[in-house]
Design a protein around this ligand. Structure first.
Ligand SMILES: NC(=O)c1ccc[n+]([C@@H]2O[C@H](COP(=O)([O-])OP(=O)(O)OC[C@H]3O[C@@H](n4cnc5c(N)ncnc54)[C@H](OP(=O)(O)O)[C@@H]3O)[C@@H](O)[C@H]2O)c1
Length: 318
C-alpha cells in the first residue's frame, strides 16, 4: 500500500487527445455507436432562388449549428477504478470503444494505465489516467475532481479496484483483514459517495460495483475478501434504494473465477479443483465481464435494473 499511497499524489496524465482537443473530440463522437439523447440530424438543402453568397451564408450557419449541436451531445463520462489490468482494463476498453470519456484509475501500474488510454483513443474514445489509492478519501476526492475538471461531469462509476490477501481465519493478521476491507469495501463507499454527489444534481447516473460470488457463498481462506464483497452487495442495495428517486441505478456484478493476475497466482492444483466446480469448465474472460458491465452502464434497456446482483461465473453458483 505504500507504493499506492505514493501514486496517490494525484499523478494525472492527460493524453494527447484529452482536454486540449476536447472540441474536436466532441464533434467526432457524434458518429460513435453510443445512442445519446438529443442528437440532432441537420440537413443542408440547396435552395434554387438563393444567390451563391446566400448559399455560402446558409452553409456557414448550418456548419455552426452542427458544431454547436455536436458539442452539446456529450459522450458519457466514466470513472473506472483499478483499470490498469484485468477486469477493470477490459471494462475501460469496452466503454472507450463505445465512445465514452474514460478516467483510467490505477495504484501502481502507470505504464499499463497509459497503454489502456492509448488503446481507448485508438478506438475513438477519450481517456486520461489517474494514479491514486481509492481506499484513501483524499485520493478519491482528487480523482473525482480530475474527471470534473476535464469533462465537467460523471455519468457512470465502475467500482472495480480490488485485492486479495488470502489466509485461513485462524492465521489471518489484522493487516490482511484491514487492507482488503479498506480497498474492497471502504473504497467502494468513498467513490460511490463522491460520484453520487455529482449524479444527484444531474438526476442521472449509473453505478456498477464489481463484487464476487464469494460475497454470496463464502470461500475458505477468504474471510476478509468475502466479508468485503458481501458488504459491497449490501451497500449496492442500500444505495440503489437511496438514489432511485434521483434516477441513479446501482448494481453489483459478481464474477466467479475470471482469468486475471488475481487468479493467476492460485496455482495449477487449485485451478484444477476450481474447474471441476464450474459447469462451463473454464475460467471466464475479463471481456465477458466487461460486456455485462457495458450493458449495465450504457444500454437503455438496463435503465430499469437497480439493486441487483448479476453473477457471471460459468454456472458455479446457482
Ligand atoms: N479475477 C477474478 O476471478 C475475480 C472474481 C471475482 C471478483 N473479482 C473482482 O474484480 C475486480 C478486478 O479484479 P482483477 O482480477 O481484474 O484484479 P487484478 O488483475 O489484480 O487488477 C486489480 C486492479 O486494481 C488496481 N488496484 C489495486 N489496488 C488499488 C488501490 N489501492 N487503488 C486503486 N486501484 C487499485 C490495480 O492497479 P495496479 O495495476 O496499479 O496495481 C489493478 O488495476 C476486483 O474487485 C476483484 O475482487 C475478480
Amino acid at each position: 500500500m505504500a507504493a499506492a499511497s505514493a501514486a496517490g499524489s494525484a499523478v494525472v496524465a492527460l493524453n494527447s487527445a484529452g482536454i486540449s482537443h476536447r472540441k474536436f473530440a466532441s464533434v467526432r463522437q457524434v458518429a460513435l455507436p453510443v445512442k445519446l439523447p438529443g442528437s440532432i440530424n441537420l440537413q443542408c438543402r440547396p435552395m434554387g432562388s438563393v444567390s451563391s453568397s446566400g448559399i455560402k451564408a446558409q452553409v456557414a450557419t448550418v456548419e455552426q449549428v452542427s458544431t454547436e449541436a455536436a458539442q452539446k451531445v456529450e459522450a458519457p463520462v466514466v470513472v473506472v477504478t483499478g483499470a490498469s489490468r484485468g477486469i477493470g482494463k477490459a471494462v475501460a476498453l469496452a466503454l472507450g470503444r463505445a465512445g465514452c470519456k474514460v478516467l483510467v484509475n490505477y495504484a501502481r501500474s502507470s505504464k499499463e494505465a497509459e497503454e489502456v488510454c492509448k488503446e481507448i483513443e485508438a478506438s475513438g474514445g477519450q481517456a486520461l489516467t489517474f494514479g491514486g489509492d481509492v481506499s484513501k478519501e483524499a485520493d478519491v476526492e482528487s480523482m473525482i475532481k480530475t474527471a470534473i475538471d476535464a469533462w465537467g461531469t460523471i455519468d457512470v462509476l465502475i467500482n472495480n479496484a480490488g485485492i486479495t490477501r488470502d489466509g485461513l481465519l485462524m492465521r489471518m493478521k489484522m493487516s490482511q483483514w484491514q487492507e482488503v476491507i479498506d480497498l474492497n469495501l471502504t473504497g467502494v463507499f468513498l467513490c460511490t459517495q463522491a460520484a453520487a454527489k455529482i449524479m444527484m444534481k444531474k438526476r442521472k447516473g449509473r453505478i456498477i460495483n464489481i463484487a464476487s460470488v464469494v460475497g454470496l457463498v463464502g470461500n475458505v481462506g477468504q474471510a476478509n475478501y468475502s466479508a468485503a464483497k458481501a458488504g459491497v452487495i449490501g451497500l449496492t442495495k442500500t444505495v440503489a434504494k437511496e438514489y432511485a428517486s434521483r434516477n441513479i441505478t446501482v448494481n453489483a456484478v459478481a464474477p466467479g473465477f475470471i482469468a486475471s493476475d488475481m487468479t493467476a497466482k492460485l496455482g495449477a492444483d487449485f485451478e484444477k479443483k476450481i474447474l471441476e466446480a464450474i459447469p462451463l469448465a473454464r475460467y471466464g474472460q475479463p471481456e465477458e465481464v466487461a460486456g455485462l458491465v457495458e450493458f449495465l452502464a450504457l444500454n437503455s434497456a438496463a435503465g430499469y435494473i437497480t439493486g441487483q446482483v448479476l453473477t457471471i461465473d460459468g454456472g458455479m453458483v446457482m
